[in-house]
Design a protein around this ligand. Structure first.
Ligand code: ADP
Ligand code: MG
Length: 633
């Protein structure tokens, strides 16, 4: 049955029932905007017919900043006011940015807490504000081309972006006057552009080598449902890194010293990039490099030489490829198709290496610069309801496990990494101490077992737990990750319904490199972590036992035990204390068992005494929870 639409009284029906929403690829190097018209997605050019908007913003002392090709052209003249590759700074703290090192030619304000601020002639600017300038231009471009004010957009982000980076992207959109329908992983968008969702089923790899990042995603299609099985990547791999390698080669050949100024470095990088791109079609290119105070250097770069320079970088893409396959639990032969994304995959050498790794010719019919924006446009069109027949569901994954801190400084994972999102999971926890009325919830991200090796995302408290014996309260902690990868955590005490929650918006993000490192560390340390986990677990158990026996001794020791019995228990207590401070989990367990054995008779007498007291008119529950062993927390 079709429902008829009725407009609100006093309001004319909309001229067209069709809403227009755009897809935006907000790239490190280049950005694009696309939309679906007459059922087909297409990128939208500017008035000069250019589709790619270089993601470069040049600030001036007065007036609006210049964005795009003109800013890029001026970059080498005015490096400090011309911001390129700002995506690398999105959602990161000043410390993270400092670690990116000298590769960034801008000046940062030293005293701004949290978000880095770039010093320009127009004043200090945050990465979010710089990105918003790029988005504003794309919004204007779309509005002009479509003859309407465009505000709804799907914006793509690398699969690797964490909460902070995704949030920063949303903030930039809001500043630019855009309503984000959804953030979409770039590789997922590329798969959509190829219409892979139209196939009955299959496993696909999306290989995205752009200017500043490398992403590999393994997607599984099952009855029209898209699932990202695994993602991996590396932020130090991209066309920019190739440009640096070529520029360094030129500097050595041309005798240009390392301490060349900003301007000269920018010029060199521009020349290196032009040479690299020319070699995609040509076998060799002539170089003419300006040198300060000297005649220009003339030389030649051949494809062979280029390969020597870039092969190590291309090879570096294969380690994340292997890891993504391993995480997905498949081998290269299980992949039914490989999609190439990103300008750098135009290079024949990159295509050849990707083809060799997956042992098949990659899909490369759609312009690798445009493919992400086209997929985003298809998704935007679907989200505003123009493709009703299409019940396609898109699923992404979280890059690192999420969990909470438990006793002993350990992390209990609640959502393992590479879980598809949106997702919600819950787990029950309990109190550690008798009469405990609050629980400190510490939310962590990472693969390691110890809190100190993971990244702290948030802390909050659940109060109002009724005083109960240790282990008796039941607190359900629920994690929810929405379709944009943003996390919220709620804790609820089940008996009273006391509740507390938090939305996690960390003030700064993890760098891709840090995610890589955390994953590598978790593999390298898996054995040691397991040992530490066992030791910490045994120590927590020991502490609980010591506390229980000590309080039982204080209450009934004098009445129910003779001096010899008390001395025997005291000796076992002391032994357990010593073992607990050592590093051998098994010794702690043995000592705990010995103490339990030594107190068995005492426990039995206490129970008898309790029954006698109860028979004398006391309420039995006064003695119930007093057993020397607590339940797990
Ligand atoms: P991003 O996703 O980081 O914005 P892009 O997908 O736009 O990046 O890719 C930009 C990179 O692609 C740059 O390093 C650029 O030099 C490179 N590139 C673009 N065209 C070519 C080409 N014809 N040959 C080689 N590299 C190219
Ligand atoms: Mg890209």
């Amino acid at each position: 049955m079709t429902l008829l639409q009725i407009s609100e009284p006093g309001r004319a029906p909309a001229a067209s029932a069709r809403r227009i929403a755009v897809g935006i690829d907000l790239g490190t190097t280049n950005s694009l905007v696309a939309c679906v018209r007459d059922g087909f997605p297409a990128t939208i050019p500017d008035e000069q017919g250019r589709h790619l908007l270089p993601s470069v913003v040049r600030y001036a002392a007065a007036g609006a900043p210049v964005v795009g090709d003109d800013a890029l052209a001026a970059a080498h003249e005015d490096p400090l006011n011309t911001i390129a590759s700002v995506k690398r700074l999105m959602g990161r703290g000043l410390e993270d940015v400092r670690r990116l090192g000298r590769s960034l030619p801008y000046e940062f304000s030293p005293d701004a807490p949290g978000m880095p601020r770039i010093r320009t002639v127009a004043g200090e600017r945050s990465p979010v504000e710089v990105s918003a300038e790029i988005l504003k231009i794309l919004k204007q471009r779309a509005g002009r081309a479509l003859g309407a004010d465009i505000s709804d957009a799907v914006i793509t982000v690398p699969a690797y972006f964490d909460d902070a980076q995704r949030q920063a992207t949303k903030d930039a959109a809001r500043l630019a006057g855009l309503n984000v329908l959804r953030l979409l992983n770039e590789p997922t968008a590329a798969a959509l552009a190829y219409g892979l969702d139209k196939n009955p089923e299959g496993v696909y790899a999306v290989y995205d080598l752009g200017g500043g990042t490398f992403d590999i995603s393994i997607l599984r299609l099952n009855r029209g449902v898209f699932e990202v099985m695994a993602t991996a990547g590396d932020s130090a791999l991209g066309g920019d890194d190739m440009d640096h390698a070529i520029a360094e080669w030129i500097m050595r050949r041309a005798g240009i010293s390392d301490d060349a100024d900003h301007r000269q470095l920018r010029r060199l990088l521009r020349d290196a990039r032009a040479a690299k791109e020319a070699l995609t079609a040509a076998e060799r290119v002539d170089l003419m490099i300006e040198r300060p105070g000297q005649a220009p250097w003339q030389g030649e770069l051949t494809r062979r030489q280029l390969h020597d320079l870039v092969d190590p970088l291309i090879e570096k893409t294969l380690a994340p490829c292997r890891r993504a396959l391993r995480d997905a639990g498949i081998g290269p032969a299980d992949v039914h198709g490989v999609v190439l994304v990103g300008g750098a995959t135009r290079m024949p050498r990159v295509r050849a290496k990707a083809a060799a790794f997956f042992a098949r010719a990659p899909l490369a019919d759609i312009d690798p610069d445009q493919v992400v924006a086209l997929g985003a446009a298809l998704q935007a069109d679907m989200l505003v309801g123009n493709r009703r027949d299409d019940d396609m569901l898109l699923l992404d994954v979280i890059p690192l496990s999420l969990g909470i801190e438990v006793m002993g400084g350990l992390v209990e994972k609640i959502i393992p990494r590479n879980t598809t999102i949106p997702t919600a999971r819950a787990q029950d926890f309990t109190t550690f101490k008798d009469g405990q009325t609050a629980l400190a919830i510490h939310v962590l991200q990472g693969e390691r077992e110890l809190v100190s090796d993971c990244r702290s995302l948030a802390r909050f408290e659940l109060r109002g737990i009724p005083p109960m014996a240790a282990g008796a309260a039941r607190v359900r902690v629920g994690f929810q990750v929405d379709a944009d990868g943003l996390l919220s955590v709620a804790a609820r005490e089940l008996a009273t319904g006391a509740e507390s929650h938090i939305a996690v918006k960390p003030s700064y993000g993890l760098t891709d490199g840090e995610i890589e490192r955390m994953l590598r560390d978790s593999m390298a340390h898996a054995g040691a972590d397991e040992q530490t986990r066992r030791l910490r677990g045994a120590q927590v158990e020991a502490d609980r036992l010591v506390a229980a026996v000590t309080s039982a001794l204080a209450a009934d020791g004098a009445a129910l035990l003779d001096a010899g019995e008390r001395a025997a228990i005291a000796a076992r207590l002391e032994e357990l204390g010593r073992a607990r401070n050592g590093a051998d989990a098994r010794a702690v367990k043995r000592a705990a068992e010995a103490l339990e054995q030594a107190t068995r008779e005492f426990a039995a007498r206490r129970m008898d005494a309790g029954i006698r007291r109860a028979l004398a008119g006391h309420r039995p529950e006064e003695f119930g929870p007093d057993a020397p062993k607590g339940s797990g927390g």
